[in-house]
Design a protein around this ligand. Structure first.
Ligand code: 5GP
Ligand code: ZN
Length: 113
């Protein structure tokens, strides 16, 4: 999608620190990490958020979550990790291309919000 930041990252028009890629998914380090490990996992196909998940094939949704698990395993996040997908203004979503944050490498706050 034109003028979408994460579409430009997926296409290589904007550089990123890539950690994983397959035919459906792209993952890269967050530019402003909130934890020692902070990676964003995005479908290559543009959809705005989880609210538009019906626009993706089931295989694309599954590929995103399988990538989350693989990336976390490869990073040896033995203590666990947190997966977040902000959806819309109440959740403070700032980039309207579906993405899953993987946060790890430290103890997370007990409260989620
Ligand atoms: P949201 O607030 O939409 O859930 O998350 C968007 C995330 O994208 C933020 O954590 C922000 O730091 C990250 N981000 C914004 N612009 C860039 C960029 O140009 N490159 C990378 N790697 N991350 C970005
Ligand atoms: Zn996009």
């Amino acid at each position: 999608m034109e003028n979408c930041l994460f579409c430009k990252i997926v296409n290589g028009d904007i550089p990123s620190d890539k950690v994983y890629e397959d035919d459906r998914v792209f993952a890269f380090r967050d530019i402003n990490p909130q934890a020692p490990f902070h990676v964003l996992v995005v479908p290559k196909k543009h959809v705005a958020s989880v609210a538009e998940i019906d626009k993706l094939e089931d295989s694309e949704v599954a590929a995103c979550l399988r990538a989350v698990a693989k990336i976390a395993a490869d990073a040896s996040l033995s203590g666990g990790f947190r997966v977040i997908s902000n959806c819309g203004p109440d959740a403070c979503q700032s980039v309207p291309h579906l993405h899953f944050h993987i946060l790890g490498g430290r103890q997370m706050a007990d409260k989620m919000a």
